[in-house]
Design a protein around this ligand. Structure first.
Ligand SMILES: [Zn+2]
Length: 91
């Protein structure tokens, strides 16, 4: 069974979690996804056709290639979202 997958999406979500742990900003689901979405819009999509088991190798390859770009995009997005979270302050 083959699947079409934007690997960048998964990569950015994982990285967003790592980076948010290090930042003193709102970490609710809405902000987390807002940050990931903003970062993803800045980054190229990376569609891959995957088979079970194949995904991991491709993922590692991509991470080495895009690590710095992805981190930069996420940190920028985190700063933007934390300055104006799209929910009330009490949430
Ligand atoms: Zn939030």
């Amino acid at each position: 069974m083959y699947k079409l997958k934007n690997h960048m999406e998964e990569f950015v979500l994982n990285k967003t979690d790592e980076i948010l742990k290090l930042m003193n900003i709102c970490k609710c689901e809405k902000c987390r996804l807002d940050i990931a979405a903003l970062a993803l819009n800045e980054l190229p999509s990376k569609y891959v056709v995957t088979e079970q088991g194949e995904l991991y190798a491709r993922a590692m390859e991509l991470e080495q290639q895009f690590d710095v770009d992805v981190e930069t995009a996420i940190i920028k997005a985190a700063v933007v979202v934390s300055r104006s979270p799209r929910h009330s302050v009490t949430e």
